[in-house]
Ligand binder design. Sequence first.
Ligand SMILES: [Zn+2]
Ligand SMILES: [Zn+2]
Length: 502
Amino acid sequence: MNLILSSLTDERGKVENFLSTRTDLYNVDPIGIGTSYVESLSSYISRIAEIHNLAVSPLLSKVIAPMLNINYLKEQLTQGIIKDTSHFINENSPVTIEYCNTLEILTGRHDLRSLTMLNWQGVFSKKLFSRYRKWCPICLNKMKSNSKIIYEPLIWYISDIKKCEVHEVVLQDQCPNCNRNLPYLHKELMVGYCQYCGSWLGDELVINKETLTEKDIFIFQNYKELLANSSKQPIYPTRTFISNFLNRLMKKLDIKSVAKLANILGLNSATVNSWVKGRRHPSSESLLKIARKIGLTIYEMIYDNNKKLVLEIKKDSYLQQQKSISISEIEDSLKKEVNSKEPKSLNRISKEYGFYESTAKRNFPILCEKVTKNFNSYKEQKVKKRRIEIEEKLIDCLSKETPISLNQFSKDNGITLKTAKTVSPNLCKKVVKRYEEYIHELKRKRVQIIKREIIEIVNTLHQKGIYPSSNKVQENLENKHLFRKEWVKRAWKETLESLGYK
Ligand SMILES: [Zn+2]
Ligand SMILES: [Zn+2]
């Protein structure tokens, strides 16, 4: 406590606030630090609230918000608005840093960065995480039945991780009861439970078994290594990491041009060039692609660039790229493709037949132009057809008896949200509105049922001559956790008053 206070002495207002609201929190151990199943920061926040017998809402608005330095974040949390910034909490953004620093001061801990991807911010661009919570129902049930502390590991939330490695099932991201996606932070967040309807998320009826592929295993190996080591390194990579690495790779393999490097990696040349120059940063997907191609993990790319690399790459595509194709063969391939019913881009043709686009353009400018023109009009037609298809699907979705969310629509039909919204913003709005009304109605019904349950429990206890205390009522409630919700407590109090208790 003294330590915390002395570090704050420059900021009088803060210290006074600190003392008057007594905001210091217990120094709760995060779960799994130093392992690949380390807890996420949002899970930690939920558990901290529970240990202090608080809902997440007052923890965020009364304890955490006053200590924040980012003004808009402070304002939002104070007003109870969490949704906008919720998905940054476990990432590698300024919002993440702010939450981490504040919680470290409040709990007196120094290791909360490793509950996020902050230490790997030099490696990854943003958008590393799924927009909503994901979980393995079997893992959750195992924690519960072994009376272990229930928590949600960071690895579940990573976009590239789609399955549970232990149980080989697809991770869930929708509440089995109300079908909603669950943001990371919410005023009634509870690890293992849905923040909207309070349902336990370990519903094994919804699981889909799916064996891990070789690619899945490689992805797991990469993230597990990074997570397990995120508290152990003396230094972490900066944003220049990928540029340095690619330059080193070119030197080591004696690759003279970026175009050649891109060819070896099977990636677009302009994109690779922007990474080599340090102007842009690869997505996690591209990073994993590079790692796989050169036979290293991302962690090894950062900390261990040994000779293994040279061998792996030579074995693979490097030598094959050397084969050359004659000018007349290029002409033949262009003539063949220009009459194809499914036109391809010049870039794709050049890759398939193994020649340089520039060579083709230099020698056969008219043919190349035709190829490109054909491909463009083909693409245009395809886009038009696709737009109509999407609109029809949206209209179809609106006529379904049970409304679904736009997210669900996107998943069911393999149409990204962005595409759907670009094609028909109005239909999308209708889908969203219809679903919201449906959920609202569901919630209203559920609230009624629970209120009725409470009234019944209180009355029964009262008739038996037992005082309906909060403990007694909780004991009889089907879902005890519900009692943390304000409206449930209110319903209990109101029933007490109606029976003449004070
Ligand atoms: Zn599992
Ligand atoms: Zn729910």
